[in-house]
Design a protein around this ligand. Structure first.
Ligand SMILES: Cc1ncc(COP(=O)(O)O)c(C=O)c1O
Length: 474
């Protein structure tokens, strides 16, 4: 019977594994070593990619080398390089090589990080690394958390904990408060949890672009008067649009007075707690009941790694524990946690490994310096734009984001809107640098997010020079 022998069809020989691995390493290393000289990448039309990549399921084997070549030729160039030194769009993800290697090791060993029984070593690494993040953010020792895929799931998980702990899992009549600058992941998370649009108080942030505690108080009073149940405030710790931080100490005091849950979305901004320069801006962060932060943004990790911290680690078990009989052998004492009981994922890889390994290899101070330099690059961009005629700063550099418009004197609002609208696209077509636009106060603005440690001052100055040239291209 052929099944009595190991089936080697899904295996390579040790020599073949090494050859494939070395080729893959060479591919990644040459990509990273030449990033600055490459374009920021490209987005191909679907029709072109269909021609290149559509085929029936491949019944027969092909040489791994050829498949790797096709990947390098047809797939990877048709992506935007979010780790490129001149990728300033959305929130970049600089990544780092050590963490990429850690991901490879995690996949190679295929470590199961859902239970202590199967993954005690990596579970301990997750506890330790989560505790480092807790210390960076100043949460008390009672706090705990876990790694998830990213900011969206971290927010969803935090809001699920809030719903369980404060509302016993029910949503009827409850109201949630946040500003119109809040990331869409929060609304998506709330909807997923069963909150209906009329339960969501999306409060206009106005010119200051942060959530006014007075406005929240007014909404709460109205809701109480109408018999509804105010339950949670979501505060921004760095909005995606402009890097604005909601007034955390005031919102925390309000939540204490009104007995509301304070959830903080620090998906991109909370990492700045590491930087002494940015720390004062984030005062109050340590008072959150739950906090989402994304190491795959400003802690330089490759996708996917988000993190949820909650003030009492026990809240996670309270929210997510279910004990099926087929998992009986995995039940442990509380000090040996099963991360599958702390979130929604049973089967999970060890995302902790990459953050742990890179923090150890580079040291925390390298991360701190990189965050500081990101802050400085946005300040440089702001100064350069102020120096040049025609540019108006809309929001100054904050948490490494600056937003601005091209508005030379004498140009009509309509014409200026049309130019700004087209600028991001034209820069993308040019391929030297990538920035994205958003809308503030009804107008298109451009933004640069400068968190990549590979970015140089020259990259910033040349990008602004090219941007200025593009404004006059017809
Ligand atoms: C403030 C904020 N919250 C949430 C998210 C969503 O995070 P993710 O894309 O990792 O799911 C982002 C993403 O940019 C963000 O900037």
């Amino acid at each position: 019977m052929s099944a009595c022998e190991p089936n080697r069809r899904l295996e390579l020989t040790p020599g073949e594994m090494r050859e494939l691995g070395y080729r893959a390493v060479d591919m990644v290393v040459s990509h990273l070593a030449t990033l600055g000289q490459q374009s920021v990448g490209r987005t191909a039309p679907r029709a072109d990619l269909e021609k290149l990549l559509r085929e029936p399921p491949p019944e027969h084997p092909a040489a791994a080398r050829e498949v790797l070549e096709a990947l390098g030729r047809d797939v990877l160039p048709n992506t935007l390089h979010v780790n490129h030194p001149r990728f300033f769009g959305f929130i970049p993800s600089p990544g780092n090589y050590v963490s990429a290697v850690a991901d490879f090791i995690a996949a190679g060993f295929n470590v199961f990080a859902g239970t202590w029984l199967a993954g005690s070593g990596v579970a301990e690494i997750e506890l330790v690394t989560i505790d480092w993040l807790r210390q960076f953010c100043g949460l008390p020792e009672t706090a705990g958390g876990l790694f998830v895929s990213g900011g969206s799931v971290a927010n969803l998980t935090g809001l699920a904990v809030a719903r369980q702990v404060r509302l016993g899992g029910r949503t009827a009549g409850a109201a949630v408060y946040y500003s119109d600058q809040t990331h869409s992941a929060v609304e998506r998370g709330l909807r997923t949890l069963g909150f209906e649009p009329p339960q969501l108080r999306r409060i206009p942030a106005g010119g200051q672009l942060w959530l006014s505690p007075d406005a929240v108080r007014r909404e709460i009073a109205e809701d109480r008067a109408a018999g509804r149940v105010p339950f949670c405030v979501v505060a921004n710790v760095g909005t995606t649009n402009t890097g604005a931080v909601d007034p955390l100490p005031e919102l925390a005091a309000l939540c204490r007075d009104e007995q509301l849950w304070l959830h903080a979305d620090g998906a991109y901004g909370a990492a700045a707690a590491l930087s002494p320069r940015a720390r004062p801006l984030l005062a109050g962060l340590e008072q959150a009941d739950s906090l989402a932060l994304d190491p795959h943004k400003w802690l330089f990790q490759p996708f996917e790694i988000g993190c949820l911290l909650v003030r009492q680690a026990g809240w996670l078990r309270q929210t997510f524990t279910v004990h099926p009989e087929y998992m009986k052998d995995t039940f442990r004492a509380e000090e040996e946690p099963n991360f599958c009981e702390w979130g929604v994922q049973l089967t999970r890889s060890t995302r902790a490994l990459k953050l742990w390994m890179s923090l150890k290899v580079f040291g925390v101070d390298a991360f701190r310096q990189a965050i500081n330099e990101g802050l400085e690059l946005a300040e440089l961009a702001e100064a350069e734009l102020r120096r040049r005629p025609g540019w108006r700063i809309v929001t100054p550099a904050q948490l490494a984001i600056v937003s601005f418009r091209y508005e030379p004197s004498g140009m009509s609002a309509q014409e200026s809107e049309a130019i700004n609208h087209g600028l991001a696209r034209r820069m993308r077509e040019d391929g030297f640098a990538l920035l994205t636009s958003t809308v503030l106060d009804g107008r298109t603005v451009l933004r640069l997010c400068t968190i990549n440690p590979r970015t140089t001052c020259q990259d910033i100055l040349e990008t602004i020079e090219r941007l200025t040239q593009v404004t006059s291209d017809k």
